[in-house]
Design a protein around this ligand. Sequence first.
Ligand code: AMP
Ligand code: ZN
Length: 114
Amino acid sequence: MSSDCIFCKIAAGEMPADVVASDDEFVAFKDAHPLAPVHVLVAPRRHITSLDVIELLGPDGAGRLLHFVASVARELGVHETGYRVVTNIGPDAGQEVFHLHLHVIGGRRLGEMA
Ligand code: AMP
Ligand code: ZN
């Protein structure tokens, strides 16, 4: 755990968050500033800074992460109508929290995006 990382604190239950799903490796919680009716962040409990170092989650960590994302989307019901999964990596992407997280966004027509 990184002592000054807010997502580490959320994963450890040391900071309040609206957790919608979790297992021993990942946690999903509502984004504090939702862009759509469904806007959840999926993060590993382990502190890694971004997808750029995904190998630090260990063998098939990326696969487990994506399976967890898909299960969260099913739980939230957006798998029926569609959803978007986004992760920001570094300054050009505007990454604000340097603990890997995937945005799961849905519940409305999202329009085009890069
Ligand atoms: P980014 O690093 O660019 O993916 O942006 C960080 C995201 O985390 C933003 O969408 C914020 O609204 C969200 N966020 C920041 N702090 C919290 C928090 N304590 N609980 C839930 N979401 C948060
Ligand atoms: Zn962290």
